[in-house]
Design a protein around this ligand. Structure first.
Ligand SMILES: [Zn+2]
Length: 359
């Protein structure tokens, strides 16, 4: 950690593919691509890290194909840090989950119906072979629920699997992150976090949030998780992307975020700006000669007007998805730059207030 401002932390994550400044936002490249955005434009948008998904790549095209390229960085031609998620989160995805066993998660491939038992050891091996910089532990991530027994069971499994995940093979240069579960139950979050804190992880994900719980439930569960994690290790809120929520979590001591928020909005013609979200389909932009956002240094804003992008959207041209996604990603990486500066200069609270009403 290099600076603090209240609960907010400013740090550096040292990965085999470079030092990554935190607080950090990562775009999502589930299937080995950030949807509609080529890697040179990710670099142009100051993306230093992204997260892909080991289970998806294992099902298609197969780990061996990625391995033949020399690993995931060469496979997708992205040279920054790459996290891989284990597949635990796919429990929530329609068409994937067959059941949870003591020894792992039984998935059905949505592509060909084949069955795959993903154990912690298997997930660890898969991620090592993919060659990501950070491998996320296999966790048991249930749907949002107030069923305490289900959540207790999920925490017990997550903890057992965390041990198996670490012990599965000798440690190389790949970093390993545990994942805190426990749903909206504060005591379960605390139990999970303190048990994981005893294990030899390089950092910690906070999982199973932002999946339907209320904002208050989310903040309480987050606080309970954070208060039992070691100060000196990075904390990663999995799946949070809206600017006010990110800043709120930064204020509580979270360092890393990922979300499909910028790209999903981008593909639906919604631009993130300092004024809030703009629906670029609207007729009022048809003759608008300004960039998406004045002063933005992204590829889209440097080169194109709102009128042009709106024209592409009306014609259903795929370039529109690329341009708006690129801008949205840059909006978030730039917000994180401002966050890091504000923490260093002791005025993070000011920045947080600026975005409090953003929507
Ligand atoms: Zn822009």
């Amino acid at each position: 950690m290099v600076a603090e401002d209240g609960g907010a932390r400013r740090g550096v994550l040292k990965t085999p593919h470079g030092d990554v400044e935190t607080p950090l936002f990562m775009p999502v490249a589930t299937k080995g691509t950030v949807k509609a955005v080529p890697p040179n434009l990710l670099e142009d948008a100051c993306v230093t890290a992204l997260i892909s998904n080991a289970l998806h790549l294992y099902l298609r095209p197969g780990v061996d194909v990625v391995e033949r390229h020399g690993g995931i960085h060469r496979f997708m031609n992205f040279h920054g840090a790459i996290f891989t998620d284990s597949g635990g989160f796919q429990m929530l995805r329609e068409g994937f989950l067959l059941g949870v066993r003591e020894e792992g998660i039984l998935f059905r491939s949505p592509y060909d119906g084949s069955r795959h038992l993903i154990t912690p050891a298997r997930s660890r091996e898969m991620q090592a072979r993919l060659g990501s910089d950070v491998a996320m532990a296999l966790d048991h991530c249930p749907h949002y629920s107030h069923d305490r027994r289900l959540m207790e069971k999920a925490v017990e499994r997550t903890l057992e699997w965390a041990v198996e995940f670490i012990d599965a093979m000798p440690r190389g240069s790949q970093m390993l992150f545990g994942i805190v579960q426990g749903g909206v139950f504060e005591d379960l979050r605390e139990r999970c976090a303190s048990a994981l804190a005893e294990m030899d992880f390089d950092g910690y994900g906070i999982g199973g949030l932002s999946i339907g719980e209320t904002r208050e439930e989310m903040l309480r569960a987050l606080q309970a998780s954070l208060s039992h994690l070691p100060e000196e290790k990075p904390r990663y809120f999995m799946g949070l992307g809206s600017p006010p929520e990110i800043l709120e979590a930064v204020a509580m001591g979270v360092d890393i975020f990922d979300s499909v928020y910028p790209t999903r909005n981008g593909r639906h013609a919604t631009a993130l700006t300092s004024e809030g979200r703009l629906d670029l389909r609207k007729g009022r932009y048809a003759g608008d000669m300004r960039p998406i956002e004045e002063g933005c240094d992204c590829y889209a804003c440097r080169n194109f007007t709102r009128a042009y992008i709106r024209h592409l959207i009306s014609e259903d041209e795929i370039l529109a998805k690329t341009l708006v996604s690129v801008h949205n990603i840059r909006f978030l990486t730039s917000l994180m730059e401002r966050t890091r500066e504000a923490i260093e200069e002791g005025r993070f609270e000011e920045l947080r207030k600026e975005f409090a009403g953003w929507k």
